[in-house]
Design a protein around this ligand. Structure first.
Ligand SMILES: Cc1ncc(COP(=O)(O)O)c(C=O)c1O
Length: 358
């Protein structure tokens, strides 16, 4: 097997070997990703779907191959994969497109206390805009306990409604449930396989969006149980400026465009425009082609190492780090989730976090 560390040029700084601890924010780039993008710029550069010349045909093939790789990586169909700028744009796309087309007065959105701002603010913006048209939608928040587990995380019973502290959190008005796969703050991996059937039972009409920004880079994720999945390329060893929205085909087909421009249309006149089928409908304008190709190369890189090897390695170094941190009496680890990813937050007594980081 290739030595993964040797694949990251930035880790071999002149004179010393760099330890990079900010991978939850963004991952370093391995050689195959850098080389795939260089190769594109050096040898094939052109725009996609411009037809009549061979460079563009080759570029279009590389672009669509990357879409197929992403689809296979998460168990989806290629036409269910929309390229966006990142998790943030993916969630904004759903909030705006699905939200404005479907939200009615009194509808409810359920988020959790573990969400990143990218999964809070887009819903508030839609809420604010709809209010101007006298449509009031409500945002409800699933709480988490002091350990960082969603309050019903260990509740396997369909009587969740009566037991979860907020009895009606899922009901016939719930339109969207948008939850993170893994908390970026505490590291909690939510037990989605257990809670999604409960949500489907209590609110069968609701669509379930999963924020996979901190989940997709670290373990096998299949979209089988999700309606939407959002994630970012740059946390997955791919470049910045590229992300993914997976949406179930039958949902995407009914959703209006999020942005207007070239490539997303079927026919344009000054009176009326008809739109292309998904995914093109949601990819207005010239896309980030090199970044898409880089994302495809990043997925090949992960597949070559084996996601199960990545998961196992991260479990080992997380357990080791926790053990070592617990030996320092001044360190207080924040949260103790039942299932933890490779993120650890801690306080060092009386030391400002900025100073501790330095
Ligand atoms: C859980 C989670 N969701 C969403 C985001 C936003 O991702 P991006 O800034 O790549 O759009 C992040 C980024 O840190 C995250 O950790």
């Amino acid at each position: 097997m290739l030595n993964p560390r040797s694949q990251f040029p930035v880790l071999s700084q002149a004179g010393h070997s760099l330890a990079f601890l900010d991978s939850a924010a963004t991952a370093q780039k391995p050689l195959p990703v850098i080389e795939a993008m260089n190769d594109f710029y050096k040898n094939h550069y052109s725009s996609v779907k411009r037809g009549a010349y061979s460079l563009s045909a080759k570029t279009t093939a590389l672009y669509e191959q990357a879409r197929a790789k992403v689809a296979a990586f998460i168990g989806a169909n290629p036409d269910e994969i929309i390229f966006t700028k990142g998790t943030t744009e993916s969630i904004n796309l759903v909030a705006n497109s699905y939200g404005f087309a479907n939200f009615k007065n009194g509808d409810e959105i359920v988020l959790s206390a573990l969400e990143h701002h990218a999964n809070i603010v887009p819903w508030q913006l839609v809420q604010n805009t709809l209010r101007r048209f006298n449509i009031n939608i409500h945002i409800k928040v699933l709480d988490c306990d002091n350990d960082g587990n969603l309050v019903f995380a260990d509740n396997h019973s369909p009587s969740l409604r009566a037991e979860c502290g907020n009895p009606d959190i899922f009901n016939s008005k719930t339109k969207i449930v948008s939850l993170t796969h893994t908390s970026n703050a505490i590291g909690t991996i939510n037990p989605l396989n257990e809670i999604i059937p409960i949500i489907r039972n209590l609110a069968p009409q609701a669509q379930i969006l999963i924020d996979g920004a901190q989940g997709v880079p670290h373990s096998h994720i299949s979209v089988a149980n999700y309606d939407f999945l959002a994630f970012s390329g740059h946390k997955l060893y791919a470049p910045t400026g590229i992300g993914v929205l997976y949406g179930k085909r039958e949902l995407l087909e009914k959703m209006p465009p999020y942005q207007g421009g070239g490539e997303m249309i079927d026919k344009v006149t000054f009176e009326e425009t008809t739109f292309a089928a998904p995914p093109a409908r949601f990819e207005a304008g010239t896309p980030p082609i090199a970044e898409v190709i880089g994302l495809g190369a990043a997925i090949d890189f992960i597949n070559e190492i084996g996601m199960e090897n990545i998961t196992k390695h991260e479990e080992q170094i997380t357990a080791y780090t926790l053990d070592e941190l617990k030996k320092i009496p001044e360190v207080q680890i924040i949260g103790n989730p039942k299932n933890r990813g490779s993120i650890i937050s801690f306080l060092a007594a009386n030391i400002h976090p900025h100073d501790a980081a330095l």
